[in-house]
Structures are given as C-alpha cells and as structure tokens.
Design a protein around this ligand. Structure first.
Ligand code: NAP
Length: 279
C-alpha cells in the first residue's frame, strides 16, 4: 500500500460494523490486483448518517458498502439510484463520482451468483423464510429467475407486504408447503446463536436444496447436511455481493478465488455442497 495521498479509500458503513468480514476479502482483492487502495470499516450511528456520508465524500472516499441498519436510509441520500435499488428499496453499495452519490444493490445478484454455483434456479419452487431487508433482495432475485416463491415470516404482515411488492404467496407455516418446494432459503437471523428452529427440520428430505444467509453452520444447515441435501451457508453470497461492488467501484474483474480463499481462516466452507455431516 502506498499512502502518498493517491491511495483510494473504500469502506463499509454500519452500526455495529466491527464484525464485518468485508475488509478481509476486499483488501485481499486490491492487493492481488496491485490496486493502490484500502478498505476500512466505518462505524456510523443512524442519527449521524447524513453528516457522515457528506464527510466521507468530502474526504474523497471512493466507494462504500452499506450494511445494517443503513441500507434503506442511504437510498434517500443518493443523487442517483439503480433500477434494482428502486425495486428492492435498499442499497448496499455507494459510488462517489464527480461529486455525486450513486446507489446500487448487489445483494440480489450476489444471492443469484452464489446459489447458482450449486443449483439452476430457473422456475424453481422456493420457500422463503423471513421478510426483513435481505428477504427483499432475495425475493427480487428469485422473481428474476421466474421462481414460484412462498414466503413465511414470524410477523405475517411483513410477509404480506413483500408478497404484494414482489408477487409471492404467503403461507401460514413452513411445514404447509415444505413438501412441494425445491429450495428453502433462510433470510431470518434465527440460527445466529443456535436459537429455536424455524420449523421441524426432520421434514427436510435429500431432494431439498437448503440455503442459509447466515455465515456459519446454523442448525438448519446442520440438519440439511444430515439429510444429504445440497446446502450453502452465507459465505458465498457475502463474497459475490462484495465482488459485484468491487466491479462497480473499480471496473475490474473481481478475483473471486482470491476473495474466497482469504476467508478460509474465518470459516468459509471448504466442504463441497453435497458433503453430509460425519456422524
Ligand atoms: P432484518 O431486516 O433485521 O430481518 C430479520 C428477519 O429475521 C425478520 O424476518 C424477522 O422476523 C426474523 N426473525 C428475527 N428473529 C426471529 C425469531 N426469533 N423467529 C423468527 N423470525 C425471526 O435482517 P436482514 O438484514 O434481513 O438480515 C438477516 C440475516 O441475514 C442476518 O443474519 C444477516 O447477517 C444475514 N445476511 C447475510 C448476507 C450475506 O451476504 N450472506 C446478506 C444480508 C444479510 P420479524 O419480521 O417477525 O421480526
């Protein structure tokens, strides 16, 4: 890194943000391609967002990722938003260009690129668990692939909102539809701390593909592996959404293998998506 003043600065804004793994793989990518740039976390409270963004822009930061809780609020602070941001209602990538703030969403394409590493999504029947911020990007992505999407959420009214926005069908319980879907996607935060289950995981069969956006082996992923399902946790999506941000900022092809390899020490899965749990 050359800190002569020409080093480009990128980062991630969130609150909290110290746990973010984005600096690990974004810095690995810059370094691998010999790009004189650095990527750092910026912890910004919601009430400081407007002022902080203006300051980062003035300080000539080049681009940002945006994480919880700012993904929706940044939309209203941008000078231009992509059509995907408009459809999803949230942005996770900002580019500062000629004094303007441009907002993009790469969560949806990150989801598609990661899941399509293990399964063809076209026309699949999908059970979507959750109706928070990430569920919106996933719902948008699934509809882009003409999937039939059934949504369940703890708070039914939020599922109904998403269903109306994206053309999904609300179900009263996951068990109601599980037997007739190909893919189960968990976008809730259940599983982060081994909490209660979202449904009876014994009902999974080896014909289900199971995707969990959480970056660890959750009880859902563990159950999927025990049943011999194709599975994927949140690490591949994390890398793919970041890779698409990298492409927007730099115009360069992101070095995906390098990005993935840099996360091996942080839990990026090395098992194949068909590897059952050893008992
Ligand atoms: P969010 O907007 O806060 O939504 C949280 C969701 O979890 C809501 O649907 C909420 O239901 C549900 N939930 C929370 N506690 C629950 C419980 N005890 N039982 C049932 N449902 C519960 O969060 P988000 O931004 O969508 O993120 C969700 C997860 O996805 C996080 O763990 C995040 O780290 C992960 N994520 C991963 C990636 C990736 O790249 N891999 C990208 C984005 C997010 P209610 O509506 O009923 O509250």
């Amino acid at each position: 890194m050359n800190l002569s003043g020409r080093t480009e600065v990128y980062g991630v804004i969130g609150y909290p943000v110290s746990h973010s793994l984005s600096p690990v793989f974004q810095n690995a990518a810059f370094s691998f391609l010999g790009i004189d740039a650095v990527y750092v976390p910026f912890e910004i409270k919601p009430e400081d967002l407007r002022e902080a963004l203006a300051g980062l822009k003035k300080a000539r930061v080049r681009g940002l990722n945006v994480t919880i809780p700012h993904k929706e609020a940044v939309v209203g602070l941008a000078d231009w938003v992509s059509q995907e941001v408009e459809a999803i209602g949230a942005a996770n990538t900002l580019l500062f260009s000629e004094g303007r703030t441009l907002a993009y969403n790469t969560d949806w394409i990150g989801f598609l690129r990661s899941v399509e590493e293990i399964v063809d999504l076209d026309g699949k029947r999908v059970l979507l668990l959750g109706a928070g911020g990430s569920a919106r990007a996933v719902a948008y992505a699934l509809k882009r692939r003409s999937c039939q999407v059934y949504i369940w959420n703890r708070t039914k009214s939020r599922a109904e909102d998403l269903a109306e926005r994206f053309g999904l069908e609300v179900v009263g319980s996951p068990e109601e539809i599980l037997g007739s879907v190909d893919l189960v996607v968990n976008t809730t935060s259940v599983g982060l701390r081994d909490e209660e289950k979202l449904f009876n995981y014994d009902l999974l069969t080896q014909d289900h593909v199971v995707v969990d956006l959480i970056y660890r082996e959750t009880p859902l992923i563990k159950a999927a592996r025990e049943k011999g399902c194709l599975w994927q946790n949140g690490f591949p999506m994390l890398v793919h959404q970041g890779a698409e941000s990298f492409r927007i900022w730099t115009g360069c092809e992101p070095p995906l293998k390098v990005m993935k390899r840099s996360l091996r020490g942080y839990g990026y899965p090395t098992d194949s998506p068909r590897t059952p749990l050893k008992t």
